[in-house]
Write a protein that binds this ligand. Sequence first.
Ligand code: APR
Length: 250
Amino acid sequence: VIVVLIVIGAVVLGLTLKSGFESTFLSRCEKFSQYDCKELWDLFQQAYVNKDPCNVPVEAYNPLIAAAPFKPQCNKMMFWSKTKDVVHGFTAKRKDCFVTLEDTLLGSVLDDLTWCGKEGSKDTFTTGCPGWSECENNPVRSFWICASAAFADVACGDVTAMLSGSINTPFNPESIFASVEVPRFKSPRIKKLDVVMVIQKNAISNCNHSSLKNLMQALDKGITYSCKDVSKSRIQECGAKPEIACGACW
Ligand code: APR
């Protein structure tokens, strides 16, 4: 009898116990009210479970994104490339100024997570998953491409992008910013792109960098371009001082 009870107990536990990944998904999701997080979890899983982790197309996440669509937030949308920590350090404190993809529900739920499925299993795995560039159609990369495209599709008004002055190619054609987001910026929905070049002590490039000419050329006709070199310390100061108006940060 005891053995039977232990077996039944283990089975019930196995069926009800959430994986660490699912708990993280749900607890991050629940910080945003108005969404059915369990429904979003189901839609999320449907994109990659029971699939070869190198064969999850970008479109697999369309139903998930349709269930939690990005809202256009004209003049506040912030894009970035290779400046993740500076940007998110800033937007975490100045929600009044800018929102990034990672400040939205789906972006914040999946930020910094790794996941994949396996053929013949209904589970979510967090180890042994393909790396970002190991195969093109991996579950993590496909999600970020799908989400970045949808976020850029609703961008409007004046948009801002923080690029890094500490790398050789601040506007890298391989980046999500260059390959997925910029091509979706459309006039007249978007009026202007304000590039903020984040300048640190080790800076090796700035607004004069040749790759930014490619950015200008890639922009839809009708979208105005501007670029400003801004020190990392000024960005941090603006994050720390809510009394500085958003428009006076740089
Ligand atoms: N390995 C793992 N993750 C990666 C890798 C990689 N090699 N490359 C990109 N990523 C994921 C990570 O989540 C990383 O934080 O994409 C994010 C941004 O990568 P960057 O190369 O710094 O920038 P970029 O490719 O231009 O993407 C940033 O896309 O996330 C959206 O809207 C956001 O504008 C932003 C842009």
